[in-house]
Design a protein around this ligand. Structure first.
Ligand SMILES: Cc1ncc(COP(=O)(O)O)c(C=O)c1O
Length: 408
């Protein structure tokens, strides 16, 4: 028999939305993308700092590999966890970069890093389980936990400039803690966990029997002196409850191709394969062959993108810091700046969301409100856009800040 609340839900909506899905929030980053698209469609000259994807094209050798795969008829179902060649290429990349020895039973290809995170969370979390999520977080983390019926428990990190510490993790652990989701380099803050702290967090979680999802989607975009570090390089006893979620999207400018991967114990991987096998099955067969080429072909495109991001980052940081009242910590990885705008909220503006809205309406400039990442008062500014756009956009932000400072 249906409960009264379930019946009233059915009466007001044509869909019987489940309670967990009902509790999920829409994506703040997708909302920013849609706002930019709507303005562009109306013929407005938009400065778009909302993009969470590289503005570069997919490298030519990768496109050629896809074309060759299509021509060769590699267009059929593959194993749910991907073709052997891709699994082997992922294992070999981690082997040569971090000295690891993953086995084929411990790797699966997914439709982007997002599906790897989804698989990892839904195979592990039961109602009542708590999942530690450091703030600011990538928008999807808490929503996947809610979807799985778990409880997100947020860790405040502003005090330590958004770099998570082992002490903060220790204080947040309760008997119900099942999992922590780490993301270094971080979207949105760009902060990178120092390797020694990463290790201590892994030791702490191993001691307490807590699982770890380490989202390494921005692994290859780290600015020295910060160091590229993968949890995969830790000793095996610290990795038995670890799932690495990786992606080709950012590294090889392949966001639309939908290829990512999970590296985890054979047992966890078997469970994830069940979920994927009964939902999406394999990710696109042609894109899988393209991903094999991405890992094994020339890597110059990655270093070229990194040096361009480095140039833009320097310019953007300096320009933002020159705006009176704007404070911006240094991102050490990824391609986002995350300034604190609380000191420029004047003339009736109360939140970073108000600021983002005014910026959109008056200056036709799109940024993402930090509130969507659990950091009200901050804005995410993506520098995955040309230096000319960055210059124009920062000029517009400056103009709004100056307008707000004028007596009303
Ligand atoms: C932190 C983080 N993780 C995972 C993803 C997922 O990327 P994809 O599913 O395209 O691999 C993104 C994309 O924006 C991200 O920012």
């Amino acid at each position: 028999m249906k409960t009264i609340s379930a019946m009233s839900k059915l009466a007001t909506s044509p869909f019987a939305v489940s309670e967990n899905v009902g509790r999920m929030q829409s994506s703040a980053t997708m909302a920013a993308m849609q706002a930019a698209e709507a303005l562009r469609a109306a013929g407005v000259n938009v400065c778009d700092f909302g993009a969470g994807e590289p503005d570069f094209d997919t490298p030519e050798n990768i496109k050629q590999a896809a074309a060759a795969a299509m021509k060769a008829g590699r267009t059929k179902y593959t194993a749910a966890g991907g073709i052997r060649e891709l699994q082997r290429s992922i294992i070999e990349f981690y082997g040569r970069t971090f000295g690891t020895e993953y086995q084929p039973a411990e790797v699966m290809a997914t439709a982007g890093g997002k599906q790897a995170i989804f698989n990892a969370v839904v195979t592990l979390i039961n109602p009542g389980d708590e999942v530690l999520i450091p703030k600011p977080y990538w928008v999807t983390f808490p929503e996947v936990v809610v979807f799985a019926g778990g409880t997100p428990v947020f860790i405040e990190t502003e005090e330590t400039d958004f770099v998570l510490t082992p002490e903060q993790v220790e204080q947040a652990i309760t008997p119900r803690t099942k999992l922590i989701i780490l993301n270094s380099p971080s979207n949105p803050s760009g902060r990178v966990l120092p390797p020694s702290d990463f290790r201590r967090i892994m030791e702490l979680t191993a001691e307490r029997g807590i699982y770890v999802v380490s989202d390494e989607c921005y692994l290859r975009f780290v600015y020295p002196p910060a160091q590229v570090f993968s949890a995969a390089s830790l000793p095996a006893e610290l990795r038995s409850r670890l799932c690495i979620a990786g992606s080709f999207s950012k590294t090889y400018a392949m966001t639309g191709w939908r290829v990512g991967y999970a590296l985890a114990s054979a047992e966890w991987t078997r469970a994830m394969l069940k979920v994927q096998g009964h939902s999406t099955s394999n990710t696109n067969s042609i894109a899988q062959w393209a991903a094999v080429e991405a890992l094994n072909g020339p890597q110059e495109s990655v270093s070229e993108m990194l040096s361009e991001y480095t140039r833009r980052r320097e310019w953007l940081l300096q320009a933002l810091c020159e705006i009176p009242g704007m404070k911006c910590g240094e991102p050490e990885g990824a391609f986002y700046a995350f300034p604190d705008v609380r000191a420029v909220l004047k003339n009736g503006l109360k939140t970073s969301g108000d600021f983002a809205q005014r910026l959109l309406e008056e200056e036709h400039t799109v940024v993402t409100d930090g509130a969507g990442f659990g950091a009200e008062g901050f804005l995410r500014i993506s520098y995955a856009t040309s230096i000319d756009q960055i210059k124009e956009g920062v000029g517009r932000i400056r103009r709004l800040v100056e307008k707000l400072s004028e007596p009303s």
